[in-house]
Design a protein around this ligand. Sequence first.
Ligand code: NDP
Length: 331
Amino acid sequence: MTKKAFITGINGQDGYYLAELLLSKNYHVFGITRNTALVSDKIEYLIGDLTDAASIQAAIDYAKPDEIYNLASQSHAHKSWHQSLDTAEVNAMGAHRLFDMAFKVNPDCKIFQASSMQMFGDANQSLQNEASPFNPNNPYAISKLYAHNIAKSYRNNYHRFISCGILYNHESPKRGMHFITQKVAYAAACLKHGIKQSCLLNEQGEPIVNHGKLLLGNLDAIRDWGHAADFVKAMWLMLQHNIPDDFIIATGINHSIRDLCEAAFTHVGLDWKKYIEIDQRFIRAQEITAIADISKIKNVLSWTPHVTFHQLISSMVDFHLSAIKSGHVLC
Ligand code: NDP
């Protein structure tokens, strides 16, 4: 029998790759969207907003899904300081609402919740695993921890199948343009094409490439960057496992912003040092220092990431190179 999957946040980066994966496995895919204009012959779009209970109830009643992937989120940590109530409403209460409705319609439904490594916050451990303490320090991370804990409570107290992926950074050409990987990839492509003033703007409303320079914060800051296509495979595997559980999803390898600049600019044959300038406005007060321990997901689900850091960054730069060349640059 064809399995039915219900994806919230289908228009985001992970929603795109997950839908592709599930379609390749012959799922009937329902995508929840706030955009009324979307039509597709592969995906059945249903109008829904996690802040609107009636729309989510109607979508679940109609789809009667076997699997739900809750990817919808106000997903930008920095932005969450300016939109803290909206962030909580979508990420915390929206997720809770979804779980409650889904299990009322079908107690046997399996749910994946997209949790975040930001929940660890200031946790002072050099290696982070599923047992590491949470100490979230921004509204995004706090809202994600609420959803993570309520998911755990449905699992432990009501024996529902709900699994949380504690996701580290994952990128692709579909990543939002306000994330640093995209800015660096885009800047390398612009500068390769001789564009010194880009049409895409940063969060300050200034061109990402301004007077031939890209402004960044702390180049020594580190991140664990994986490819979204690898990560959605892990999400799917978690729901095929016989018991619900939490798993860290990461590569287990950290790279600095400096490494990122070097990878992107070297890919187009440019010396990054000539184009990057430090701007104090982009320096963050708190930075990550820990390494993700991915031994649990490797051992239990036999999952490992396949796309390397350099392949990931090159693919993002290539995407922008061809978008600029063909004139398909969204401004
Ligand atoms: P994106 O920001 O690309 O996508 C988020 C999606 O959520 C968008 O499609 C957006 O829809 C949708 N959305 C936002 N608000 C609502 C709402 N009120 N009701 C319904 N849908 C809504 O995120 P990613 O694909 O990158 O990430 C997927 C999940 O993984 C998110 O929950 C994110 O927080 C989490 N995560 C991601 C990480 C990463 O590195 N990518 C790291 C850690 C966690 P619209 O298009 O209408 O705006």
